[in-house]
Design a protein around this ligand. Structure first.
Ligand SMILES: Cc1cc2nc3c(=O)[nH]c(=O)nc-3n(C[C@H](O)[C@H](O)[C@H](O)COP(=O)(O)O)c2cc1C
Ligand code: SF4
Ligand code: SF4
Length: 380
């Protein structure tokens, strides 16, 4: 029996998927649709003391990425307190209210928002790229005001996410959501000579383009900080979601996928996760959680962590090898090899181990996955 439920801060989520703060969690009706589609929990659009006004346009779907200039919730605090949050409390999923942006503001917001029905809070605090102290101060104040679990949203725009993660952990945060959409991207239309975001020009990037960046930051936080993580950024499919879990996430935030593929994508992603787990004999997410972390060589010193190019590498030789049974003779490996290591003999392709630098390019470009590594400790 495949079980995709997960535990987060004392709550059992039926799916690890959490709707990340965004337009798909803008009010009760939007979150109810996601709950019907099988979401595990939802984080509201960030609530401030004053309702925000968005530039128009504020959303742009590009190929393999998403741009937005959305501000925070456009709904008034009063409406959240009297209408949306009390109704959300009736849903059978945990509701995490996102609040921002300054320590003084979240201190005022926390108590009434929890009273109105939020099960947990997520802090979205404005900081400069090198100073987590506003987050630390915000946590301190909110912890005094309420006793629900508290997550903090982190961005990959900061100079060292581990330093921020450790600071919020030490200040008493119970979990971390990472990463936020990235600042910033610009799409231009050469025909009109306008940027896609007509009013502001540039916007935050999310979606497919940021997944690998998100996985890296989630893995860093899992290893160096150790708080429960809502791994967020570029998750569009069940495989993406399981990748997040393999990097140590307890739950998986989704935003762009819900916007571009609709609430039903929750059902699809849940099914895709179960399909993969079925095919790989996995019964629970715990069997996969953090597995990739054990294969990452995390630097011990802060200097090497911040500039990993300085890290000493293991010089053990690793070369590529072609599985002849799987090769379709497409010639890609020979075309791309920068070291002339792939030769063609009698219509078949072979890699000369004395020339192969083990760079990995052909392994990642072979369209049928016919190239593997052979290292000192075997083949994989
Ligand atoms: C249109 C849009 C609006 C967003 N609004 C918020 C917000 O109000 N508060 C917040 O913390 N994050 C906000 N985010 C960031 C998302 O919660 C998420 O961290 C980010 O988009 C990366 O995930 P994704 O690639 O699945 O979209 C927003 C993202 C998008 C695309
Ligand atoms: S890229 Fe893969 S399929 Fe194509 S020739 Fe090389 S090994 Fe064969
Ligand atoms: S791993 Fe790099 S060097 Fe070796 S055969 Fe492939 S492309 Fe050439």
């Amino acid at each position: 029996m495949i079980d995709i439920s997960t535990q987060l801060l004392g709550f059992r989520l039926r799916s690890p998927l959490i709707a990340a703060s965004g337009p798909m969690t803008s009010d009760f009706a939007a979150i109810e649709r996601l709950a019907q589609a099988g979401i595990g929990a939802a984080i509201t659009k960030t609530i401030l003391l004053d309702a925000s006004i968005n530039p128009r346009p504020c959303l742009y779907r590009g190929k393999g990425y998403f741009l937005n200039t959305e501000r925070c919730s456009t709904i008034s605090l009063q409406r959240w307190l009297s209408n949306e949050l009390p109704k959300l409390k009736q849903l059978d999923i945990p509701i995490i209210a996102s609040i921002g942006m300054t320590p003084a503001e979240v201190e005022q917001l926390a108590y009434p928002i929890v009273e109105a029905g939020a099960d947990m809070l997520e802090l979205s605090i404005f900081t400069s790229y090198d100073d987590p102290s506003p987050m630390v101060e915000a946590i301190r104040r909110v912890k005094k005001a309420v006793d629900v679990p508290l997550s903090v949203k982190l961005s990959a725009n900061v100079h060292d996410i581990v330093e921020f993660g450790q600071a919020v952990r030490d200040a008493g945060a119970d979990a971390i959501s990472a990463i936020d959409a990235l600042k910033a991207g610009l799409h231009v239309d050469l025909e009109t000579k306008y940027p896609a975001m007509l009013e502001q020009g540039f916007g935050r990037i999310s979606g497919e383009a940021i997944k690998e960046l998100a996985l890296y930051h989630v893995a860093q936080l899992a290893h160096y900080v150790g708080l429960p993580l809502i791994g967020t950024g570029g998750v569009m499919s069940g495989i993406d979601s399981l990748e997040m879990i393999s990097c140590g996430a307890m739950a998986v935030g989704v935003c762009t996928a819900l916007i571009v593929n609709g609430p039903q994508s929750v059902t699809t992603i849940n099914e895709q996760m179960m399909q993969f787990m079925h095919e790989h004999d996995l019964d629970t997410l715990d069997q996969l959680r953090g597995k990739v972390l054990t294969r990452i060589d995390f630097p011990l010193s802060v200097e090497e962590r911040r500039e990993y190019e300085r890290q000493q590498t293991d010089a053990s030789k690793r070369v590529a090898i072609i599985e002849q049974d799987e090769c379709t003779r497409c010639q890609t490996c020979q075309r791309v090899c920068l070291y002339g290591a792939v030769e063609k003999r009698e219509g078949r392709f072979f890699i000369d181990p004395s020339l192969c630098e083990g760079c990995g390019l052909c392994v990642s470009m072979c369209p049928v996955g016919a190239i593997h590594y052979r290292g000192e400790d075997g083949e994989y």
